[in-house]
Design a protein around this ligand. Structure first.
Ligand SMILES: Cc1cc2nc3c(=O)[nH]c(=O)nc-3n(C[C@H](O)[C@H](O)[C@H](O)COP(=O)(O)OP(=O)(O)OC[C@H]3O[C@@H](n4cnc5c(N)ncnc54)[C@H](O)[C@@H]3O)c2cc1C
Length: 460
């Protein structure tokens, strides 16, 4: 019998497995695909490097920083000259990209927000805090900051992070740090100032908030985690996984190469998405799983577009498109500007275009030709891209990003209830605790710590 079986070899599963293995546990990952990495996958073609999934992350917590410290040769920090984020807005009759203000002076000058909303910002510290714990993000932003901030700052950011709808995402679950600022300090501005003054531990300081990737593409991160784990800890091609409690341990049945296989483990960590759980956990009834399986996922179409054309005016992190300006495209990222090794030479650009999301779920079913036409039109009109692409790929993610909407509280309560009822079962992955790579690493670390902590407790 092994100590811990982990379902899924994405970033969450690999991180948890490595940390548990390093702490001396016998760990086995069961992964349905024939490769590790989950949604993280990098490609190389004609001198371009591009991603099918995330391109960059933010070093937003100590857990991710510590994981990257273990592999110092991997970390790649984005070129600071490409830090600017642009927002699309119709101004003087034409759609153009404007930098998101980075300070009070640019904030006053930007055409993104009306004079009225800029004035309103000055009174934000004096507005009363909200009392609805399940307030949608859009309501919170309208209440504190005004309509323009919702339209030209929060909506495009939420499109970029969640591919989601701020009218439906619940702040407490989708942006817990923002929710805490209002609840703990009464105001975003007061809270941000107070937080800056608060003493930070050396560990807190590891969360630099730098934009990072990995030399050669994010695939290198998951491949390195896999290599550190060792082949024996990975079972690839594990199909039709089913978990069942058996006395004080767990039996995991799966098929591999058409053969039924079985594994016994003291504990199980699932990192599978919500819609997988009814098949994975057949001992739970539909009623028990519904609060979790009700979680909706935003579909995303991602286009990799490598072109032999320099785009000096677009030497930025990328441009985000508010839903009021574009009802199909979420944004255009420019990883080639952040990480020069993504392009074969300085005269080339590697773009990543995101379409669909909750604002246009139908785009996932567009034909390749329709997607190509849509992207060609936007790139030509907004960025002046006139050269045909050297690299062009369409990646469809039908269930890309979980949406922490109404029902999130019920989902989390049900997860807690099931974990309490079935000791040794950990329901993890992006069904809770955040959707970004930093969130995934933090969750894996916390679960690992709790497993190590409870077995030490048991030994005492
Ligand atoms: C298009 C896209 C863009 C993104 N962009 C960013 C970004 O810019 N920055 C950022 O920080 N984050 C981004 N994210 C989010 C981030 O990539 C993910 O949160 C993270 O990689 C998820 O890791 P995971 O291990 O939790 O899940 P996954 O990567 O989904 O891995 C889960 C694994 O479990 C396996 N599995 C599932 N069910 C079973 C089963 N029943 N049996 C066996 N195996 C199973 C799957 O095959 C998969 O390999 C993006 C996500 C997507 C989809």
């Amino acid at each position: 019998m092994i100590d811990i079986a982990i379902i899924g070899a994405g970033l969450t599963g690999l991180t948890a497995a490595l940390q548990l293995q390093q702490a001396g546990y016998r760990v086995q990952i069961l992964e349905r695909a024939q490769r590790i990495g989950g949604v993280i996958q990098s490609h190389h073609e004609a001198g371009f490097t591009f991603e099918q999934g995330p391109s960059t992350g933010v070093i937003g917590n100590a857990e991710l920083a510590e994981l990257l410290q273990q592999f110092p040769e991997l970390k790649q920090i984005a070129d600071p000259s490409a830090a600017r984020r642009l927002i699309l807005k119709t101004h003087k009759g034409k759609q153009s990209l404007f930098p998101l203000p980075s300070g009070p002076k640019s904030g006053l000058q930007t055409p993104l927000f009306s004079f009225r909303d800029k004035l309103r910002l000055l009174t934000e510290p004096f507005r009363a805090a909200g009392s609805n714990p399940n307030e949608p993000l859009a309501e919170l932003v309208r209440r504190r900051l005004g309509r323009d901030f919702l339209r030209y700052a929060v909506d495009p950011f939420i499109g970029g992070i969640y591919a989601g709808d701020p009218e439906r995402l619940i702040t407490r679950f989708a942006l817990p740090k923002l929710y805490a600022l209002e609840q703990n300090y009464g105001s975003f501005i007061r809270g941000a100032i107070a937080k800056r003054k608060e003493p930070k531990s050396d560990r807190d300081r590891l969360a630099t908030r730098e934009v990072f990737s990995v030399h050669g593409g994010l695939q290198q991160l998951v491949s390195t985690l896999g290599e550190a784990l060792g082949e024996e800890a990975l079972i690839l091609g594990a199909e039709s996984c089913q978990i069942a409690p058996e006395g004080d341990h767990w039996i995991i049945r799966y098929t591999r190469d058409g053969q039924l296989q079985q594994l016994e483990a003291r504990q199980v960590i699932s990192t599978a998405p919500a819609y997988e759980l009814p098949t994975l956990l057949p001992f739970l009834s539909e009623a028990e799983l519904t609060p979790i399986t009700a979680l909706r996922y935003a579909p995303i179409v991602q286009v990799a577009w490598g072109v032999e054309q320099a785009l000096p005016q677009f030497h930025t992190f990328g441009g985000l498109f508010p839903s009021s300006e574009d009802n199909k495209v979420l944004g255009i990222l420019n990883p080639g500007a952040c990480f020069p090794d993504r392009v074969p030479h300085a005269g080339a650009s590697m773009l990543s275009i995101f379409l669909g999301g909750m604002r246009a779920p139908e785009v996932i079913d567009y034909s390749d030709e329709e997607i190509r036409q849509l992207v060609t039109e936007r790139l030509e009109r907004i960025l002046g891209v006139t050269t045909p692409p050297r690299v062009f790929h369409i990646f469809r993610h039908r269930y890309a990003i979980p949406q922490y909407e109404a029902g999130s509280q019920e989902r989390l309560e049900q997860i807690q209830r099931l974990e309490a009822q079935y000791p040794g079962l950990h329901l993890a992955g992006a069904i809770r605790d955040g959707i970004g790579m930093a969130d995934r690493v933090k969750q894996a670390t916390l679960i690992t710590d709790s497993i190590i902590g409870s077995s030490h407790g048991a030994q005492c």
